[in-house]
Design a protein around this ligand. Sequence first.
Ligand code: ADP
Ligand code: MG
Length: 334
Amino acid sequence: MSNSSVHGEFALIRDFLTGLGAPREDVLVDIGDDCALTRLPPGFELAFSIDTLVSGRHFFPDCDPTRLGHKSLAVGLSDLAAMGATPAWATLALTIPQAEPLWLQAFAQGLHRLACRHSLRLVGGDLTRGPLTISIQVMGLVKPEHAILRSGASPGDAIMVSGTLGDAGLALQSLLSRDKHPAAHLDPQLRDRLERPTPRVALGCQLVGIASAAIDVSDGLVADLGHLLDQSRCGANLELAALPLTEQVARVVTQQDDWAIPLTSGDDYELCFTVPQENLDQALALDNQFGCSVTIIGQVTEAPNIRLVLPDGQKMDLSEQKNGPTGFDHFCAD
Ligand code: ADP
Ligand code: MG
């Protein structure tokens, strides 16, 4: 294990990528054969999703490998959470520039810990040489008709969000300016929100039967809520004063008089969901029950597009902001 040359592809798989996550009785054939074989419990459907993280695009090349292992799985778990599915299995397609046992061990440890927390087993994958790229396919279980879709929102539903918005974006901004401001202090908690996001799996499962639609916020609230509204053929009023913000993000919004960080920055991995009025008490009772707050931030409308309700009550239709003077022009940036 002392140097990479002693590890061929199969030894790397055996030594670092086998036995990750929680053992499960429904795994009939684990890593080691041509396919994994799992048993789908009677009365459940399979929810699955794949995400790829590319070095230099989705994470800094010098990112701590344990954190990277965590995040690579967390982004998939967040998709399962948004559907109300319970995580079960995952596969990992890993492309690495060279066989570095210590790096792989740390990466595997980050993935393993998060997988165990959610009783998920890594049942297979692929290992190739090339620019560092990580693809994880997650698979989860959900009862028929129980999956929460993006398309289920109706006018009058409350729009809610878990946790706080913009922390990861602020951390990213700070890390990107490291060269210019090397001494700038980055709060470790803020950095964790970028590098070790917490997928809201338990909350997502609890939202089954309560939420009419859900999406996870990976590309920014406005973009992701927009996808949900498009699929539901609705619009929304979004109350800026109601957005749940940490002190740091609130300070930046005030200082710069710009809501871009909480509205448009990605990587939050919070859940944005809609709740019919008759389920609202049930939804509000979930506040702080699963490690995060849940907050009402607006309402679904019949009128299309998203209208921001500014703290002074003024309304601003985002679809009319392309060349507006309000600092929202980056909404249309590529
Ligand atoms: P094949 O050539 O038949 O596709 P491989 O030789 O690539 O199989 O892989 C051997 C076994 O190791 C398979 O069970 C595969 O799922 C598993 N495996 C390969 N790469 C990984 C990885 N990155 N993580 C987890 N399991 C892996
Ligand atoms: Mg094969």
